[in-house]
Design a protein around this ligand. Structure first.
Ligand code: ADP
Length: 155
């Protein structure tokens, strides 16, 4: 999608689910599914930066789009600006995030706090389901680098 396809003045409850999604795991998919019960629409926003080139971001976004081809309430976008600025462009008044551990919790709390201070955006943080608490993109990447089958971790 383009950021302009959503009118910022819309009353729809739109949540932006930002992340690097390298790769998009079952843990991420669970957050999206649960987010759909809370919001009218969820925009999965793949962040690109110096560490993740735009081409990789587009490939990630295409793969996620295929997963949600039959779910019109999910959109997928690639962005390279500040997350709160992209949320504003999309008309998203909520950020959707997940936490698996105390370490995640402290990071997410600090981010939610700073984002709220900067823009007033509300972060909605969901606790991971126990079965996904150990699933992280970095572990999946490492397993893949050793040739291990990673399909059990992917949606
Ligand atoms: P980031 O680099 O922004 O942390 P990630 O792609 O690693 O991006 O994660 C995006 C969001 O999804 C983060 O809020 C992260 O805590 C959450 N998340 C990642 N894995 C899981 C999981 N297994 N269960 C629940 N939430 C998760």
């Amino acid at each position: 999608m383009t950021a302009t396809s959503t009118s910022p003045s819309s009353d729809a409850r739109i949540a932006l689910f930002p992340g690097s999604f390298r790769p998009f795991t079952r843990g991420h998919a669970d957050i999206v599914e649960r987010g759909l019960a809370l919001f009218d629409r969820v925009i999965i926003a793949v962040g690109v930066n110096a560490a993740k080139p735009a081409a990789d971001g587009e490939a990630t976004a295409d793969a996620i789009r295929k997963l949600y081809a039959d779910e019109p309430r999910v959109e997928v976008a690639v962005y390279s600006c500040l997350t709160i600025d992209f949320a504003a462009q999309c008309g998203a008044r909520f950020l959707l995030r997940g936490v698996r551990s105390m370490k995640d919790f402290e990071y997410e709390r600090d981010m939610a706090d700073i984002n709220h201070q900067l823009s007033g955006i509300e972060s909605v943080i969901l606790f991971s389901r126990p079965e996904y608490a150990a699933v992280s993109s970095s572990v999946v990447r490492e397993l893949e680098s050793y040739g291990h089958d990673i399909t059990p971790f992917l949606p």
